[in-house]
Ligand binder design. Structure first.
Ligand code: M6R
Length: 364
């Protein structure tokens, strides 16, 4: 049932405020000042290292979470693609928690990576959507993301629910380790609680993106740029676009631009710049100007202060609500998804069942 939407993907994008709200409620303590893991016993005090492993979009959720675990909780994090991790046979030191992220819970490479860690890691954690999946069953602790069934092959609500649960887990780790001030933690948790209404507001940017997507549909190559927490999101935006519109898209950390990719820039290559007005904004904008100086067409996705300061001369600007930088990846995922969706619709591709792809990759 598409609930009045043209595609399951559109329905699942629209469901995000609701399902994220449910995920936040599930992991929030009653007084709203802490994180609880219902039915699980986990203490991050003695954790030396976190190893996170996944594929595709779930891998990008892990890359995002690395910033959170390192910056909020001070835990060193390693993130790897499951198909690389499993055959590299990396040493797993004592004090390591291994964390596997998977929507389906059945991805063959992720499951094999989990089995490799059995008996080596101190604890095996998973963040899954399908609670009765193999990955959930074989973990010491399985944390559900509560996104509900996701039918569109391109992951949307599962990604933002993974981000939500991983952020809450990072906050729990930060609290366990005394790495975060109580007031700061309560503030972030209350912003998480308020997130559904900000996400609803964000979904209103759809009409702005629809027009832009029609123009993007004519491009042969598209670049995505981001710094810090926006870098993994740039990767996710490019993946989403490739999957359903079949347009070649690549993402780079903005600072890498001048180490090679800048050679690709000309007036035919749209460049999507994800840049809320955060601590790295000035750096992102100076990279963006390097693109514009070479006639690149910039689509800037930012907030009001960002548009005011950096919007001069750009091809298109999408203005989102202002948000605490820590929570920004969850919000900025929405325009990335909508951009891919409307570009695919403009191209007339099979949005929910893109060619050559399966929802669950149970063979390697
Ligand atoms: O079920 P999983 O989360 O383990 O799946 C991992 C990837 O196959 C998946 O995220 C894939 O990249 C999606 N099609 C992305 O939209």
């Amino acid at each position: 049932d598409k609930a009045g939407h043209k595609h399951f993907m559109a329905k699942e994008i629209a469901e995000q405020p609701t399902v994220i709200g449910e995920a936040v409620r599930h992991y929030l303590t009653q007084d709203g000042t802490g994180v609880k893991l219902p039915g699980a016993d986990l203490d991050f005090t003695k954790v030396d290292r976190l190893t996170m492993v996944a594929c595709g979009t779930a891998f990008y959720a892990c890359l995002t979470a690395k910033y959170w675990f390192e910056q909020l909780a001070g835990i060193p994090v390693e993130v790897d693609i499951a198909s690389e991790f499993r055959y590299r046979e990396p040493p797993i030191s004592k004090g390591t928690v291994a964390l596997f992220v998977s929507q389906s819970g059945e991805t063959a490479d992720t499951l094999a990576a989990l089995r490799y860690c059995e008996g080596k890691a101190d604890k095996i954690l998973s963040v899954v959507n399908v609670a009765e999946s193999s990955i959930a069953r074989e973990s010491d602790i399985a944390l559900p993301i509560l996104a509900g069934t996701e039918i569109g092959v391109a992951s949307t609500k599962a990604f933002t629910c993974q981000l939500t649960v991983l952020l809450m887990l990072a906050l729990k780790a930060a609290q366990d380790r005394g790495a975060i001030k109580a007031t700061k933690c309560t503030d972030l948790l209350s912003k998480l609680r308020a997130l559904p209404s900000v996400l609803n507001e964000t979904l209103d940017c759809e009409s702005q993106l629809e027009d832009t997507a029609r123009k993007l549909a004519e491009a042969k190559d598209i670049l995505f740029l981001g710094r810090g927490l926006m870098y993994p999101l740039a990767l996710e935006g490019a993946l989403k676009l490739k999957e359903i519109s079949y347009i070649h898209a690549e993402a780079y950390a903005s600072g890498e631009l001048k180490h090679g990719p800048i050679a690709l820039i000309d007036k035919h290559v749209p460049v999507v710049v994800l840049a809320p007005k955060d601590a790295l904004f000035e750096k992102s904008i100076s990279n963006m100007q390097e693109v514009m100086a070479r006639n690149g067409k910039v689509l800037l996705i930012t907030d009001k202060p960002g548009a005011k300061e950096g919007g001069d001369g750009v091809w298109q600007t999408v203005v989102l609500p202002e948000i605490d930088p820590v929570l920004s990846p969850i919000l900025y995922a929405i325009p990335a998804q909508l951009l891919a969706y409307h570009t695919a619709v403009a191209k007339g591709t099979d949005v929910d069942q893109p060619r050559n792809l399966a929802k669950s990759v149970t063979v390697e």
